[in-house]
Ligand binder design. Structure first.
Ligand code: FMN
Length: 369
């Protein structure tokens, strides 16, 4: 049984090839922002208020005018299905048992339609990386809506892929490159090879990015064939306005750290924002989200719903973000490590502990969140 983030992380390190583990675990550049991210959470102290038990209290939150059983969402993470066969299904099943919703990445291995069919009890959100071809992105939005996703999370902090030296060296990149080190790494993880790659091949193909348009779905080792499906390089507010026009459900902008951008998000009609440094994976000079969150909440908290993510390892970290003003938080690496280390049962167990930890932290803090 996995008891902590660190145990899950260590289990993941053993279970999957090093290149894939590093892809999940590491940060960008010199990893200064990744280090600072942890420190920022450790430094966020909550003076406990006494004699204010939360015993029996609900931990529900309200988002976009609706009740959510918990203030936790599984963050969109590309390629969870490479960790375990149908990893996204396993995560969605486990998360649903705990009243936690799941946001599927544009770059997931499974399509939004198959995830919705396979886990009908899951209430899905869809993440959008806008492609160069706005019509292709529009069609993905239509597919997500038809599959039942009611919230679209448009990622606005990634105008391009962030190059990471260790990624380049290992070959775990888009497209995947065969390197001697990479092959040795895979050979050392035969269970992963059988479970994920061979199982997929037995069904007829290597894992592909199934949310891409039919006929242009990049495979595990193939490049993105059409430049129309590259991340939109000059992503700007007009693009956001067009997405707002086309998407009829709730729209959340993910990756905001500046008060001015939060204001723009309100003006453009977003229903929510995620204050996020993308888990310290994009820009090594980005501030820690918890440092800027209170100012953003003060400015726009009355006009849209403010969520946050990055660096959450346990229920206490989630409480820190809630205490700093976030209505809900997203979990990225935590469920991925649990999935790698223990499959669906691993995610189930760790989320169970996560929720219990959160309740305990809430009780000790006496905080009103
Ligand atoms: C392996 C991995 C893949 C990710 N892929 C995406 C993605 O496809 N879209 C996106 O908006 N964010 C992506 N993220 C960022 C997460 O959504 C989230 O912002 C971040 O992981 C939160 O930090 P944490 O991992 O410390 O919890 C990814 C994160 C990881 C770890």
């Amino acid at each position: 049984m996995l008891l902590t983030y660190e145990e899950a992380r260590r289990g993941a390190r053993r279970a999957i090839p090093r290149a894939l583990f590093d892809y999940i675990d590491r940060g960008v550049g010199e990893e200064s922002s990744l280090l600072a991210l942890r420190q920022s959470l450790d430094d966020y102290l909550i003076v406990p208020r006494i004699l204010r038990s939360h015993e029996g209290c609900s931990i529900a939150t309200r988002l976009f005018g609706e009740d959510y059983a918990t203030p936790f969402i599984i963050a969109p993470t590309a390629m969870a299905g490479l960790i375990r066969h149908d990893g996204e299904i396993a995560m969605a099943r486990a998360a649903s048992r705990h009243g936690i919703r799941v946001c599927l990445s544009t770059q997931s291995v499974i399509s939004i339609e198959r995830l919705a069919r396979s886990v009908p009890e899951a209430r899905l959100w869809m993440q959008l990386y806008l492609w160069n071809d706005p019509e292709a992105s529009g069609q993905l939005m239509d597919r997500a809506a038809a599959a039942g996703a009611d919230v679209l999370v448009m990622t606005v902090d990634t105008p391009r892929g962030a190059r990471k030296a260790w990624n380049v060296r290992s070959g775990f990149d888009m497209p995947f490159r065969f390197t001697a080190r990479g092959m040795a790494d895979i050979a050392l993880h035969p269970r992963w090879l059988v479970r994920v790659v061979l199982r997929s091949m037995a069904r007829g193909a290597l894992p592909r990015l199934e949310n891409f348009p039919e006929g242009s779905r990049p495979g595990l080792i193939g490049p993105i064939t059409s430049s129309q499906l590259y991340l939109r390089r000059d992503l700007n507010w007009d693009d956001v306005a067009r997405v707002r026009d086309r998407w009829k459900g709730k729209l959340v902008l993910k990756g905001i750290l500046a008060v001015e951008d939060a204001d723009r998000a309100v003006e453009i009609g977003a229903d929510g924002i995620v204050v996020s440094s993308h888990g310290a994976r994009n820009f090594d000079a980005a501030p820690a989200p918890i440092a800027v969150l209170p100012g953003i909440v003060r400015e726009v908290g009355g006009r849209l719903d403010v969520l946050a993510d990055s660096g959450i390892r346990n229920g206490l970290d989630a409480l820190r973000y809630r205490h700093a003003g976030a209505r809900a938080v997203m979990l990225g690496r935590l469920p991925l490590f649990a999935l790698a280390a223990g499959g669906e049962a691993g995610v189930d167990g760790l989320l169970d502990l996560f929720v219990r930890d959160y309740r305990e932290a809430l009780d000790f803090s006496g905080a009103e969140v």
